[in-house]
Design a protein. Structure first.
Length: 251
C-alpha cells in the first residue's frame, strides 16, 4: 500500500498541478490532502476543482475554517478570506464545509500501526507541532517546543505514524511510540526552499516507510494569475515573490 499526502496548497494552482502530476508517476493507491486549500493564492476555485477532479481525499485546515467563517481570520487576512469565499460557487463551499478533521489508514487490525493524517495536530487545526528539539535549535537557534509540551496533544493518540502540515517546514520527530512527520507544504514554504513538497508513505513488510518529494514549478504562472485576478494584498505577494523567488511562511 502506498499513500501520497500533500498539504497547504493555499490557492497555488501551479504548484498543486505540478505535485499532482508528480504523484501520478508514483503508482500510489490513494492521495490525501491535509488542509488549507484555497486562502492566499489567486485561483482558489480552480484549486478546488482540480483536487476534486483528481479524486483526492481531503480534510480541512485552519484557513479553510477562516474562509467558511467557522473561525475569525487575523485582521490582515479578513478581506482576502472574504474575496476567496466570493470566488467559490455554492457547491464548492458546501464541499469545503463537508470535509472531515482527520483520516486514518489502518494497514492491519488493532490500530497500533495506523497512519493518522490531520492538518496541525490531532486535537485542533491551530496548534503547531514543531520539528525535533535538535531541528528547532538549527532552524530557530533555540527550542520553541519541548517534547513534554506535546503531551496534551498526543497522549491519547493510538497509532504508529502521524502526518501533518500547518507549519511549512519539513520535519520528523519521535514522541514516545509515535513517529511525527511534517510533510511541509505545496506552497508558501517556511524553510527557504521554493519547491513544493509532499510525502509518500509505503506500507511494506509490516512497517511504514516514508519518502519526501520535492517538486519544482513555474512561479511566473502564479505571478501572472495574481496580476490578472488581483486578490487583496496581491501587490505585496507579487513583490515578495519577484524579490525572493517565493512567498514565505513566517512563524
Amino acid at each position: 500500500m502506498r499513500i501520497a499526502v500533500l498539504s497547504d496548497v493555499h490557492g497555488n494552482l501551479t504548484a498543486l498541478s505540478a505535485v499532482l502530476e508528480d504523484i501520478n508517476r508514483q503508482d500510489v493507491d490513494q492521495t490525501i490532502f491535509a488542509g488549507d486549500l484555497c486562502l492566499v493564492g489567486p485561483q482558489p476555485q480552480s484549486c478546488v476543482q482540480l483536487i476534486r477532479e483528481a479524486h483526492v481525499l481531503c480534510i480541512y485546515g485552519n484557513t479553510d475554517d477562516w474562509i467558511l467563517g467557522r473561525q475569525d481570520p487575523p485582521d490582515h487576512l479578513t478581506a482576502l478570506a472574504e474575496w476567496t469565499l466570493g470566488h467559490l460557487d455554492q457547491s464548492q463551499r458546501d464541499w469545503l464545509a463537508s470535509l472531515p478533521f482527520s483520516i486514518r489508514i489502518s494497514p492491519i487490525a488493532g490500530g497500533l500501526k495506523d497512519l493518522l493524517i490531520f492538518h496541525a495536530n490531532p486535537i485542533d487545526v491551530n496548534q503547531l507541532i514543531f520539528p525535533s528539539e535538535e531541528q528547532q535549535t538549527i532552524h530557530y537557534d533555540h527550542v520553541r517546543q519541548k517534547d513534554q509540551a506535546l503531551d496534551p496533544l498526543l497522549s491519547d493518540i493510538k497509532g504508529d505514524i502521524l502526518a501533518f502540515g500547518h507549519l511549512h517546514i519539513p520535519g520528523e520527530r519521535i514522541w514516545q511510540q509515535l513517529r511525527l512527520i511534517n510533510i511541509s507544504s505545496v506552497s508558501i514554504p517556511g524553510d527557504g526552499d521554493p519547491r513544493a513538497k509532499y510525502g509518500l508513505f509505503t506500507w511494506l513488510e509490516g512497517a511504514w516507510h516514508f519518502e519526501r518529494r520535492y517538486v519544482a514549478f513555474d512561479n511566473s504562472l502564479e505571478l501572472n494569475a495574481y496580476r490578472r485576478t488581483r486578490p487583496p494584498g496581491w501587490e505585496n505577494i507579487v513583490e515578495t515573490i519577484e524579490r525572493e523567488g517565493f512567498f514565505p511562511q513566517k512563524v
